[in-house]
Design a binder for this molecule. Sequence first.
Ligand code: PLP
Length: 281
Amino acid sequence: EKIFLNGKVISGVDAAISVFDRGFLFGDGIYEVMVQLENGLFYGDAHWQRLQQNLEKIGIDYNVAEMEAYLNPLLMASNLLNKPCLIYIQVTRGVAPRKHSFPKDVRPTTMMYALPYSLPHINTKNVYAILRSDNRWLRCDIKSISLLGNVMANERAMEENAEEAVLVRDGFITEGSHTNIFFVKSGKVYTHPANQLILDGITRKIVLKLCEDLDIPVMEKAIGVDQIDGMDEAFLTGTTTQIASIAQLGDHTYHAPDTIGPVTKKLQEAFAELKKLEPEK
Ligand code: PLP
């Protein structure tokens, strides 16, 4: 397996990162995940842009154009050129003696790899999601590699045979451990506003645009835990999740596992059509 590390494409087994890397010591870094379909990267520009914006948010001076230029050589070396795959990208502040403040003149550690991965045409799962307290920090808009809050919530979901943990902060639903969440009530779509309490998912943005195109009214407004019962449909979104219908959220059952709500279904179908379009160049 080949990986890109600090400006070179090398064998994964030869890749070495210092124990003094700030990603390892402090979780001081950010990441990105995107998929390539048969016809190219799916919203690649949006993912590269988010990576660049995240670097700016945490004060790492690095131009992602360098990694972008290495994507094709990496895919070629991985035998994944023009093939469906998942691309993982990570940038940390770099290697320096352990001290909280930012080191001067360090080069960020840049890493990416690609794995064979195919998205289903439509995600036909109808998931059970548990509710967990949102124990994360207050800058969830940053795609930080420090994912302890997400990891612990998701582990609980796995223990309870659920697909996702949906997080609750101050009585309001924020997002899933690795997904955004939407609700539907009387034909109207609701999702948490893109503020510092959630990650503004690329899939979330695509779904909001699809709603606009399909004349589905949207309100970016947090839903309270006490409102879950009153909603008609709920679904999760994410790069690998795409759009996943929620059959049950906490104690509330939306529908039988073989039923998908009409608005969720309409969005899933529209999303599947988007994947057939040639990606923007
Ligand atoms: N929210 C969180 C916390 C995530 O980790 C992710 C993706 O990993 C998402 C939402 C969905 O974002 P995207 O649609 O860009 O994959």
